[in-house]
Design a protein around this ligand. Sequence first.
Ligand code: DX5
Ligand code: ZN
Length: 220
Amino acid sequence: MTKKLIAPSLLAADFGNLQRDIEMVNLSEADWFHIDIMDGVFVPNISYGMPVLEAIKKHAKKTIDVHLMIIDPDRYIKEFSNLGADYLTVHFEACTHLHRTLQVIKAEGMKAGVAINPHTNVDLLKDVINDIDLVLVMSVNPGFGGQSFIENTYKKISQLKELIVNSNSDTLIEIDGGVSDKNAAQLCKAGADVLVAGSFVFKAENQIETIQNLRQLANS
Ligand code: DX5
Ligand code: ZN
């Protein structure tokens, strides 16, 4: 069995102590940094942008996983590559020419991800699944941290896993939203490869231990 990965979302970090929180993730058993970019148009919230990612990149020592919740993401692909993103994930619902967008992301030297909202059926990815390095399944409606996990996600993971296996693809499945110790094991059993966790990690008293615990559950 391949190792399941944990990606703490810095959206829930303390921005006044961002370097401290980044160093915590560096020291922990976490695998990736999950970076949420919101434009206030695709989602009803604005998070942070390029200068903050540039500052994060100075200290972060692990894979940078950027989740773009923005319209027309093609405008910024090159810039995210220059900033050091390893994975660049765009929303299915925000791309008119998704196939082209994925090729551009890869041509810029990044891994290409596609995120799907809770209402988006996994079958819509059928014709591009072999072009995708990662599918991010939203298990809440995107825009905010701290929301409740949507139970229908398990069914979507199974359907997606079937699509990936049938396509002989090695696409990773990432789950984002409401992840905690309550659902980590079941999500990974259903087929998830990467778990994003924001509030569950950063609101915890002992964040290092919380990440360790999540990783154990994911790999149980
Ligand atoms: C929500 C973001 C998530 C968010 C998850 O739109 O994509 O990455 O940070 O936060 P929690 O884990 O608190 O649901
Ligand atoms: Zn995210």
